[in-house]
Design a protein. Structure first.
Ligand SMILES: Nc1ncnc2c1ncn2[C@@H]1O[C@H](COP(=O)(O)OP(=O)(O)OP(=O)(O)O)[C@@H](O)[C@H]1O
Length: 364
């Protein structure tokens, strides 16, 4: 048999190389199609492309975990809440602007050779339910124009179970790529609460990873990233976490003046009877949260509407025939807020459980 020629060798090498490439793609295809998260990853990729397009950063390279995190971004223009709609919290709004918005939008104001002007990388809003914490966070997102990551703990734990640590690190790496950025965690106590023996190992690892990456922010003054947390239960948050949130704002049940401001805002566009007695309404809503006040206003506002509908149906008319421009609903009266028998504001106040009311200094 004649010895193989150089040409034959070259041919064999090419065939071998092609078969290896084909094998590589075949294995990759099989592994991809076996991946149970394939559809979710595809979805996340599509969503992240959309988000990057909206942010004007189409060519940004992200890994698949960062793509998942991009699904948590809220755009300022998608938020309808502004600071003007929040009543009674002006001093807190001003402090939040100074500690969250300006450091992100005007970082040059916070740099000094001494390093004394360092910006806080953690801000906590705490207080009983329904008092405006989420509203404040949303308004901050809208007015700061920073990238706002509304981080749901379920995103870190459910989607790619077992890879939570990679998702946690993606939160921070994506935030760095998209700074200025606010990472908002509502009910932060559920995620970063004190360790319990019943905690899953993954939760502990995730928390440790989160804390160490958070420390990375605090040691680098140039990073314009802030972690903003909200909670009803500040006492459940791990002490180590509280230390990373030196700026804390107590959003308590509104006092008399605050209730007056909130009611002013809520009833601003409502037709009211002449000389509507705001003072009595304010006095009778002691211990109401902002959310309770909203509910009371909504219920009261329904009364004239219900009356109109009933009077129309008893007179044999059909509401569908009424010209919307001619609908004449009477102005709201103070008595609409009260049940006929007594002076209890409607609805019977929802169960506000003023959970642990902690003043910032008590948290230290
Ligand atoms: N200060 C306020 N000014 C105007 N409206 C308010 C205020 N506080 C609460 N509200 C009303 O109550 C609703 C619920 O408030 P929000 O969700 O911000 O409360 P929260 O403190 O985040 O409660 P939770 O702790 O239960 O999440 C708001 O959508 C708004 O209608």
């Amino acid at each position: 048999m004649p010895p193989p020629t150089a040409k034959k060798y070259a041919f064999d090498v090419v065939v071998f190389a092609i078969s290896q490439v084909a094998l590589y793609y075949a294995v990759k295809y099989v592994l991809n199609s076996l991946d149970p998260m394939r559809d979710k990853k595809k979805e996340a990729k599509a969503r992240s492309e959309q988000v990057l397009g909206k942010l004007g950063r189409k060519n940004m390279k992200l890994n698949e975990y960062e793509e998942a995190i991009l699904g948590e971004i809220i755009f300022p223009e998608e938020i309808s809440v502004s600071f003007k709609q929040i009543g009674g919290l002006d001093p807190i709004i001003q402090s939040l602007k100074e500690s969250v918005i300006y450091p992100l939008t005007h970082p040059h104001l916070f740099t000094s050779p001494s390093g004394l002007l360092g910006v806080s990388k953690g801000v906590l809003l705490h207080g009983p339910p329904g008092c405006g914490k989420t509203m404040l966070a949303k308004a901050l997102a809208r007015e700061s124009k920073a990238t706002f990551i509304n981080l749901h703990v379920s995103t870190l734990t459910d989607k790619w179970f077992g890879e939570s640590n990679k998702l946690v690190s993606a939160v921070f790496s994506a935030a760095k790529k998209l700074e200025p950025c606010i990472i908002f965690i509502d009910e932060i106590d559920a995620f970063l609460r004190e360790r319990r023996s019943s905690d899953h190992e993954v939760t502990g690892m995730m928390k440790a990873e989160f804390m160490s990456l958070w420390d990375g922010l605090t040691t680098n003054d140039n990073l314009r990233i802030i972690v903003l947390g909200a909670t009803n239960r500040p006492n459940d948050i791990d002490y180590a976490i509280l230390r990373r949130m030196p700026k804390r704002f107590a959003i308590s049940l509104p006092n008399k003046e605050q209730r007056r401001s909130i009611l002013d805002i809520m009833l601003k566009n409502q037709r009211l009877e002449e000389n509507f007695d705001f003072d009595t309404l304010v006095a009778k809503t002691d211990k109401f949260s902002g959310s309770d006040l909203k509910e009371a206003c909504r219920n009261a506002a329904m009364i004239p509407v219900r009356e109109y509908m009933r009077s129309h149906s008893t007179s044999g008319g059909d509401l569908a025939d009424v010209d919307p421009a001619k609908v004449d609903i009477r102005p709201l009266k103070l008595s609409d807020f009260f049940v006929p028998e007594g002076d209890i504001v409607q609805p019977t106040k929802s169960t506000v459980t003023p959970t642990v009311e902690v003043e910032p200094e008590q948290l230290d």
